[in-house]
Design a protein around this ligand. Structure first.
Ligand SMILES: Cc1cc2nc3c(=O)[nH]c(=O)nc-3n(C[C@H](O)[C@H](O)[C@H](O)COP(=O)(O)OP(=O)(O)OC[C@H]3O[C@@H](n4cnc5c(N)ncnc54)[C@H](O)[C@@H]3O)c2cc1C
Ligand code: FES
Length: 253
């Protein structure tokens, strides 16, 4: 784990008011894995802005990319960074996706900004596995397909692609799952993950999901990020240390 000041190389504005932050950090870039995250001090003012966690979106050589939209004060401060500004980063943190294993089709399921960890996952498995991407949003402007391939899209209001949620879209394409060697990689709002968990249990599918919550320390000290375990009643796991990526069967969403 590094605590470092890393220079901003570029802020790239994509469609839909989504930003990519490109940071020079050879140490972190050389070891970070898809699904792991960085805890970033978004502003020099310590209060009320603590660090904010961001999934690694992609890695190219010595550069790390993060994806975000402007939601509140922290992401507003990030969007105001310029080339050469330095950012205080702690990471890599957490447990990421297990991209090895006995599967030949990777099915990516993402809702909204949940697509953030997947360009890097795609980069890592692209030449080894078939990839299908199912991307959902409430409406067309929430759909982010950056870095994805073999894309199918859903929107709740039908303004783009399939009308319905992304798990319903997945169910419509169930022929992909005729092969037993499928693994689902998911990230999105809890409501999506909860529906996806039911789908995976019904179809006996392997699925890892990246979960979100409000965090403080980011490495298991403050106990501020509990998630209920489904294996052990009354036991809580920590999203920052035991996750953020979990086998979807192991957590109550
Ligand atoms: C493991 C992990 C990975 C993450 N990866 C990314 C990423 O790749 N890109 C990204 O943009 N964000 C990511 N987040 C969320 C991110 O850390 C910030 O919480 C979020 O960007 C808002 O920060 P803010 O300071 O702008 O908003 P704040 O000022 O903290 O909050 C503004 C509003 O947004 C709501 N809000 C805050 N956090 C969340 C959240 N996590 N989900 C839904 N609503 C929220 C608040 O309740 C409030 O209403 C991740 C979170 C976790 C735990
Ligand atoms: S954020 Fe402190 S223990 Fe998880």
């Amino acid at each position: 784990m590094f605590l470092t000041n890393a220079p901003v190389e570029e802020i790239i504005k994509l469609d839909n008011d989504i930003f990519l932050l490109k940071i020079f950090s050879p140490g972190i870039a050389s070891i970070i894995k898809p699904g792991e995250f960085l805890n970033i001090r978004v502003s020099q003012i310590p209060f009320p802005l603590l660090r904010r966690p961001f999934s690694v979106c992609d890695v190219e050589g010595d550069y790390i990319f993060l994806m975000f939209n402007i939601l509140g004060e922290g992401t507003k401060a990030l969007a105001g960074k310029h080339k050469g500004d330095s950012i205080d980063i702690l990471g890599p943190l957490g447990r990421g996706f297990n991209t090895d294993g006995n599967y030949d089709i990777a099915v990516i399921v993402a809702g909204g900004l949940g697509v953030a960890p997947f360009p890097y996952l795609k980069r890592i498995i692209n030449n080894k596995k078939n990839i299908h991407s199912f991307i959902g949003g409430r409406t067309f402007s929430d759909v982010i397909t950056y870095g994805m391939k073999n894309i199918k899209v859903s929107t709740d209001d039908g303004s783009l692609g399939f009308k319905g949620n992304v798990v319903e879209l997945l169910a419509q394409n169930v022929d992909i799952f005729n092969s037993k060697k499928v693994k689902i990689f998911a990230c999105g709002p809890n409501a999506m993950l909860s529906t996806l968990k039911e789908f995976c249990l019904q179809h006996n599918l392997e699925c890892e999901a990246s979960t979100e919550c409000v965090m403080a320390c980011g490495f298991g000290i403050c106990q501020g990020c509990p998630i209920e375990s489904s294996n052990n009643q009354d036991k809580y796991l920590l999203v920052c240390k035991d996750g953020p990526v979990f086998n979807i069967r192991d957590i109550i969403i």
